[in-house]
Design a protein around this ligand. Structure first.
Ligand code: PLP
Length: 453
């Protein structure tokens, strides 16, 4: 039998392990190359650790099977978001409605009329699949969709204000998590930021003074992830719109999250809608598809037809465009907005935000004994907590919620729950691990995997 020359002690050779009968099902599942590589790597690991032979080829193959299972698992995995942040950017923001998932699957599987006009048999426009409904829902003349709201802003500024000044209130020069800083994005778009007013107070006169021959457009940014309180003043959209009309400049409102539904219907505070901004006189409005709208990642631009036409002619648009899957999902989500009465049951983001705290607390009571039985050394209590919308929407708004607190040893418990087949993510508060149950929609799976812990 061939021996590995560097082995200081006896481990079976790769060939010997490969010839073992238990290899066959692994090869059938993962392919011979992957199995050979995994055997080599497990043997190398044992050798490097100077570990004794774990019990011949059969025992080694057990480790190989484990390794292959790990390797074939995607790194993008479903998790339970019990952090209390409903639209968690790091966890992929909105969960799509069933209608949108179905539409994506159909578009994924088939050739589709993406840029093909079935009426005329000629080339079509990919925006056509969402433009009409966006106009109907917002009252806009035209609409276009790009990769995300940052792209929407980049495209609007680059098209309408390249090498020109764009006045923005100092109170709106925001940074949103990750690497989105408004001043930097503006610089990349080729326009020049002209700061107006102060951090806490900006008046119409500040804008009136700033706009002139060099101005490309006026931008108002919804300060979405923070709020300024106290001695403050901001200029209403309607007043800015009037000023811009007088000076013949486009007025652009970046709503950030934005929404098409009046959130007061769901017991939440008012959040600006695209239709309201347009009614106030905005020429263009930009907002995200995967924040409060509850759809796929996208940047939506609605407003004046002549401005949208110029944006469509910008060559950069090709680099920022959305694919058929996004359009399929977005179209399906937008169609749900035609029936506002049923939004809370059909759009998961809104369903979770509107969920009554009594329902959440009842679930916490149901799950408490199970969680307590898994963490015998810790105390598990039903607690009141507060959820937030996240992704920069309604930043100062806390939503009464309920959940479970496990303590002490929050960090250790967090690590154990992260290693579950569907990792459970919560938050640490004063040493306790808090599971905010507002976003737990699949209680059954949650309970079943805890039972196996
Ligand atoms: C979130 C946000 C953006 C960026 O939107 P993405 O869709 O994440 O690119 C831009 N502006 C404001 C005000 C926002 O809240």
């Amino acid at each position: 039998m061939r021996r590995d020359p560097v082995a200081p002690y006896s481990l079976p050779s790769v060939d010997r392990v490969l010839r073992h009968g238990a290899t066959e099902p692994l090869v059938a599942q993962h392919g011979r190359t992957a199995v050979t590589d995994a055997i080599r790597s497990v043997l190398a690991g044992l050798r490097a650790a100077r570990a004794p032979d774990p019990g011949g080829p059969a025992a080694i193959l057990e480790r190989v099977a484990e390794r292959l299972g790990e390797d074939s698992r995607p790194s993008l995995r479903p998790v339970f978001n019990l952090t209390g942040t409903v639209l968690h950017t790091n966890l992929g923001r909105a969960q799509l409605p069933a209608e949108a998932i179905e539409a994506m699957a159909i578009a994924a599987r088939n050739p589709v009329s993406l840029e093909y006009d079935l009426e005329s048999g000629k080339r079509g426009e990919r925006d056509a699949h969402v433009e009409e409904i966006l106009c109907r829902l917002t009252g806009a003349q035209a609409a276009t969709v790009v990769n995300n709201n940052a792209a929407a802003l980049l495209l609007v500024l680059g098209t309408l204000a390249a090498r020109r000044e764009v006045p923005v209130s100092r109170g709106e020069l925001i940074e949103i998590g990750g690497s989105f800083r408004l001043p930097e994005l503006m610089a990349r778009s080729g326009c020049r930021l002209r700061e107006v007013g102060t951090t806490n107070r900006t008046h119409l006169a500040d804008y009136a003074e700033a706009v002139g021959a060099k101005t490309g457009l006026v931008l108002k940014v919804h300060a979405s992830n923070y709020s300024i309180e106290g001695f403050t003043a901001a200029v209403a959209e309607a007043d800015l719109a009037l000023l811009c009309r007088e000076r013949e400049l486009p007025f652009v409102a970046d709503l950030g999250s934005g929404t098409l539904a009046d959130l007061r219907r769901f017991g939440l505070p008012y959040e600006p809608t695209a239709q309201d901004s347009l009614a106030h006189g905005a020429d263009l409005v930009t907002f995200s598809g995967d924040k409060l709208l509850g759809g796929p990642q996208a940047g939506i631009i609605v407003g004046r037809a002549d401005l949208i036409a110029r944006i469509r002619r910008n060559p950069l648009r090709r680099a920022l465009r959305v694919d058929k899957l996004t359009l399929a999902a977005l179209g399906a989500v937008l169609r749900l907005y035609l029936d506002p009465d049923r939004l809370a049951e059909r759009v998961p983001t809104l369903r979770m935000l509107a969920r009554p705290v009594g329902e959440i607390r009842a679930m916490a009571e149901r799950l408490r004994p199970l969680v307590a039985s898994r963490f015998a050394k810790a105390a598990v209590e039903v607690v009141d907590c507060e959820s937030q919308v996240g992704s920069g929407a309604l930043p100062s708004q806390r939503i009464a919620s309920a959940g479970l607190a496990v303590h002490p040893g929050g960090d250790r418990i967090a690590a154990v729950l992260r290693r579950l087949p569907v990792p459970v993510l919560g938050r640490i508060h004063q040493g306790a691990f808090i599971l905010d149950l507002r976003c737990l929609l699949d209680e059954e799976t949650f309970a079943a995997q805890l039972g196996r812990l």
